[in-house]
Design a protein around this ligand. Structure first.
Ligand code: SF4
Length: 575
């Protein structure tokens, strides 16, 4: 049907479903206008933030509107099939636009680029640029090359990421990307919010369902001084909460005797993790900075930091020394996200997880003993190859016993590039996967609700992240260039392994456009509903007068809990 007379024709915007004006030709000034869409985990969100900082410093600007941009970048995830299909769909749609606007630069960043490499270009020859997650510091150069040559610009690690420790350290140019935050001292966008700081990259675990060790390479640990400095710098710019990131964050370990400096910059170090099971690290002191040491250093040396968190923990090699530091340091949040994946030893072995259900239970008991009242979250995969009803029931038993505050449940799907893809038949019928998935969601819903009900009448401290989703829906106003409040607040518990709970609630926009989606206007209503998180990562909403609402974002406030829902607590702001 032709568009109505007198109206600007509009296209359904692929990433977020909003309508945007059709542009017949790319505006002249759009060559440095970037649309960046992020899929997947917190690590990808941080990568996108760092890429944004880097490109802004070079004169690029960002837009939440893909149709206005001259550069379209997708920072991709290959952990979940759904996220991957969205990228295929975006790239398919872009084929027509590229035919219409040959100057448009289309780039694929992240894990899909690294895993698929030139295969991706064979399928989508209109893609101009591929950049793996270990090569993001080269993005400016790739953009320049892609705009001046007809050949695609490509930077992938390939199989070079597991080199010897010395060579890897000597060539770790990616460290510059993390350090780029320090090169933008006037950047005040961080004010009043939560921020990620990467402490390790890559992974050495090789779980059979996961592609991360192949796309992000070997575990690399950043120098502790650099991490502490980065936290200090972020706090000076107004950050209230820092979340330390690592695929197996508790494996952090830096051996100072083996440190390498290049041009005065201490280089990250290839991980030789402590693998002492559940004991404390036997080698501590001046020569080694353990994860426990790092937490204490940040806590003590950045006293203005109000909250310190970390994700994602690996159930093995998590010593009591870490739990003791959390117990003794009041600004370290009592929240641990530690994926179990299955309650069956047989399935854990097939997953190559490297621990037993008994060891996992022992870890949960140690957390409870050291940190009474701590909130624990987890991830579970249902329908992994070979999972029987008995295996599934073992997972149900574990979840009942563990009482996670929330648990992200995934239906297994074969992921290309993983060991399980080739070796293990995907033999659990879809119907069984769905049934098991729904049963665990119902169980977790009941547990979460019960934990929330226990909070009624208590007063909790809430870090205010922004307007609640409900309020956002009521007043979906977009204006200016900035960050969405919840994304700006560094949503940490809701986007795990590519699953964004809030994104599911509100559609694709949850993780999309993170670099450039507009800030909210606060509307006309006298009362605004704000949303934030407790120390234990419980989402809490409360009403505030409109004239105060904006000033509360980024603050930690006292809220008395009046109501409990499955996903949220609702309370009253105490003056
Ligand atoms: S699931 Fe986590 S620990 Fe296992 S290989 Fe992937 S990133 Fe590493």
């Amino acid at each position: 049907m032709p568009p109505a007379m007198g109206r600007t024709p509009r296209l359904a915007h692929p990433p977020c479903g909003h309508a945007h004006p059709i542009i017949a030709a790319m505006p002249a000034d759009s060559a440095k206008l970037v649309y960046l869409e992020t899929f997947g985990c917190q690590m990808n969100e941080l990568d996108s933030e760092l890429v944004t900082t880097q490109l802004r410093a070079l004169g690029y600007r960002f837009t939440p509107d893909a149709e206005q941009a001259g550069v379209i970048l997708y920072n991709t995830c290959s952990v979940r099939e759904q996220a991957e299909q969205k990228v295929w769909s975006r790239l398919g749609i872009m084929r027509q636009r590229k035919a219409r606007q040959p100057d448009l630069l289309l780039g694929v960043l992240g894990c899909m680029a690294e895993r698929d490499g030139r295969d991706l270009l064979r399928k989508f020859p209109h893609v101009d640029l591929l950049c793996g997650p270990g090569e993001l510091d080269k993005l400016p150069l790739l953009l320049r090359n892609a705009s001046t040559t007809a050949e695609p610009a490509i930077a992938l690690q390939g199989n070079t990421s597991r080199r010897s420790a010395t060579l890897a350290a000597a060539e770790d140019s990616l460290e510059r990307l993390d350090l780029s935050r320090s090169f933008a001292p006037d950047d005040q966008r961080a004010a009043g919010r939560s921020s990620y700081v990467r402490i390790t990259r890559g992974c050495n675990k090789f779980c059979t369902y996961c592609v991360v060790p192949f796309t992000r390479g070997a575990e690399m640990h950043r120098p502790p001084d650099t991490i502490v400095d980065e936290c200090r710098m972020l706090v000076q710019r107004g950050v209230v909460e820092v979340t330390l990131l690592g695929q197996t964050v508790n494996h952090y370990r830096f051996e100072h005797d083996a440190a390498v400096s290049i041009d005065g910059v201490m280089q990250p170090q290839k991980g030789r993790s402590f693998t002492g099971g559940h004991e404390r690290d036997p080698v501590t002191g001046g020569r080694v900075t353990t994860f426990a040491d790092l937490l204490r250093r940040i806590h003590d040396e950045v006293p203005a930091l109000r909250r310190l968190r970390f994700v994602t923990s690996y159930p093995r090699d998590f010593g009591d020394d870490v739990l003791e530091v959390i117990r003794d340091c009041p600004r370290l949040c009592r929240y641990i996200h530690v994926p179990v994946q299955s309650g069956s030893n047989r399935i854990l072995e097939a997953m190559n997880r490297g621990y037993t259900v008994e060891e996992y239970r022992d870890f949960i008991e140690r957390i409870r003993a050291h940190l009474p009242g701590a909130m624990i979250a987890s991830d579970v995969i249902v329908g992994f190859p070979g999972e029987t009803e008995e295996d599934f029931e073992a997972t149900v038993d574990l979840m009942r016993w563990a009482r996670f505050k929330n648990c992200f449940v995934f239906k297994y799907s074969r992921r290309p590039g993983t060991p399980a893809y080739d070796r293990l038949p995907d033999d659990v019928p879809d119907e069984a996967k769905r049934r098991r998935n729904n049963a665990l969601l119902a169980l977790q819903g009941a547990i979460s609700r019960a934990i929330h009900v226990e909070h009624i009448g208590r007063t909790v401290e809430v870090f205010v992240e922004g307007m609640s989703t409900v309020q956002n829906r009521r007043e979906p106003v977009l204006a200016g260039e900035g960050l969405r409040p919840r994304i700006a607040a560094g949503v940490t518990g809701l986007t795990i392994n590519g699953l964004s709970l809030l994104a599911d609630e509100e559609g694709d926009c949850g993780t999309a456009c993170a670099a450039a989606v507009a800030a909210p206007e606060w509307g006309e209503s006298a009362i605004v509903q704000l949303s934030g998180r407790t120390e234990g990562d419980l989402i809490t909403v409360f009403d505030a007068p409109r004239e105060r609402a904006q000033s509360l974002v980024g603050a930690i406030v006292a809220v008395r809990i009046d109501e409990a829902r499955t996903l949220t607590l609702k309370g009253t702001l105490l003056e």
